[in-house]
Design a protein around this ligand. Structure first.
Ligand code: NAI
Length: 462
């Protein structure tokens, strides 16, 4: 048994960042993690491994489709799947070991095992009970399935199984056109799998700016994705190595079946709080299973805090990280803050898709007067040089004040470009501030400046 100032439960991006910040603020800190390695879903079976496979499959796509155009004459590389998975595992290991190093450097104690909270101020790991003035729940989320769909992580898989399939399947049905479905679908589509996405709604990536979603779907279609839209999956039947996915079309209630070697279930995630003992403690929960917190991430039980996917808000690693840092400040008696209005979202497909702030649909719904500045990557020399002239930057600004309200990008390096707009929004900038800032030439970022110019007197290259 040991005494700590803070015990963080869970070492994902929310938990490990929180623990490191707590230690940096002079608090005696422990972090409980039951996995063999630190980093949570994101580093072990999420963000990081998927980016490794996206990178490798993108390279293959470039070799197959663009090398010759650039005068690089070579035969298309063959896929050594075992080696590709090995590369992915190596990337995971480098990252998870990196967190272990940071824990040692910052003197965060790793309590190995699964944590439980027998009472406020106590955390049980294995047979030992440790005490802490503050406990932070950072236990993340787990994939949620559908009724009639049994996940075996072999041929009916979540993102976890999709990152470690024994071979590249010939066909895959992806249930859900959200971030996971489209990122993992991209990996396999580029490796030669026939990918069909079945989506309940009429547009892909719910919540995304409508214009971006439409362009995105068109581009993915050209990359070989097939889409069945407005279709509610009813169930999956597995027999003789084949899976039959039955869905019902919402428009006419007709039923149809698709066969595939592998089915990826990507219909969302739910908070993972089972086994913590929250019910016995009387910790209040939201209707959708998240832990209820106040403006300072404190639950209904004093001294117990919660952050990340376990609470309300977008299930994003960087949102969890920000909350982790903020709650550390709060526990240390300082003022922690997260600006929920400026949390970027990125989809790491090719092209990348990124957004921050309000969508046009949201502004319309709010009845807000706004203007749109749009610039196509066709007018960006750098984008054309790398075969990524498709897509655009769209900036939404207040009609009267010119203040930037949102930005939506589909195109090269969108996930990096978005951050200049995030900073602008944090400073309450006007579109003109972006437009008057010198941008190096030739860069993709010039497209952001041109979109900002389009909010005013107009872009130069359009
Ligand atoms: P999601 O919530 O993004 O998308 C799920 C999709 O499944 C929705 O479009 C929904 O309409 C559809 N769906 C639900 N039930 C259905 C049914 N019965 N039949 C057909 N379609 C159905 O969930 P996803 O992709 O599983 O991701 C989970 C979480 O992980 C998200 O919050 C996402 O933000 C996060 N994530 C973020 C990444 C990133 O930031 N790049 C990468 C991967 C995951």
């Amino acid at each position: 048994m040991a005494e700590f100032d803070v015990i963080v439960i869970g070492a994902g991006p929310g938990g490990y960042v929180c623990a490191i910040r707590c230690a940096q603020l002079g608090l005696k800190t422990a972090c409980v993690e039951g996995r063999e390695t630190l980093g949570g879903t994101c580093l072990n079976v999420g963000c990081i491994p998927s980016k490794a496979l996206l990178h490798a499959s993108h390279m293959l796509h470039e070799a197959a489709h663009n090398f010759e155009k650039m005068g690089l004459v070579a035969s298309v590389p063959k896929v050594d799947w075992a080696k590709m998975l090995g590369y992915k595992d190596d990337v995971i290991a480098q990252n998870t070991k990196g967190i272990e190093f940071l824990f040692k450097k910052n003197k965060v104690t790793w309590l190995k095992g699964w944590g439980q909270i027998p009472a406020a101020g106590q955390v049980k790991v294995g047979d030992e009970i440790h005490t802490a003035k503050a406990i932070v729940i950072a236990t993340g989320s787990e994939p949620s399935s559908l009724p009639g769909v049994e996940i075996d992580e072999e041929t009916v898989v979540t993102s976890t199984g999709a990152l470690a399939l024994p071979k590249v399947p010939k066909s895959m049905v992806v249930i859900g056109a959200g971030v996971i479905g489209l990122e993992m679908g991209s990996v396999y589509a580029r490796l030669g799998t026939e990918v069909t996405v079945v989506e309940y709604l009429d547009a892909i990536t719910p919540g995304m700016d409508g214009e971006v979603a439409k362009t995105f779907q068109r581009i993915l279609g050209r990359q070989g994705f097939k889409f069945v839209m407005g279709a509610a999956v009813q169930g999956v039947k597995t027999a003789k190595g084949k899976n039959a996915v039955t869905y019902r079309l919402r428009k006419d209630d007709s039923e149809a079946t698709l066969e595939a070697e592998v089915v990826l279930v990507a219909t969302g995630r739910r908070p993972y709080t089972a086994g913590l003992g929250l019910e016995a403690l009387g910790v209040e929960m939201e209707k959708r299973g998240q832990v209820k917190t106040d403006a300072h991430w404190q639950t209904s039980v004093k001294g117990i805090y919660a952050i990340g996917d376990a609470i309300a808000g977008p299930m994003l690693a960087h949102k969890a990280e920000d909350e982790g840092m903020a709650v550390a400040e709060v526990v240390a008696g300082k003022a922690g803050h997260v600006n929920y209005g400026v949390i970027p979202g990125v989809i790491y497909t090719t092209p990348e898709v990124a957004s921050v702030g309000k969508t046009e649909e949201q502004l319309k719904e709010e009845g807000r007067a706004y203007k749109v500045g749009k610039f196509s990557f066709m007018g960006n020399g750098r984008a054309k040089a790398v075969f990524q002239g498709e897509g655009f930057v769209k900036i939404l600004a207040d009609k009267e004040t010119d203040r930037v309200l949102g930005c939506h990008i589909i195109g090269p390096a969108a996930g990096d470009l978005i951050h200049e707009v995030c900073v602008a929004m944090e400073f309450g900038a006007a579109a003109q501030d972006l437009a008057l800032t010198c941008h190096a030439h030739p860069t993709f970022s010039e497209a952001v400046r041109e979109a900002a110019l389009a909010c005013g007197d107009g872009p130069i290259h359009a």
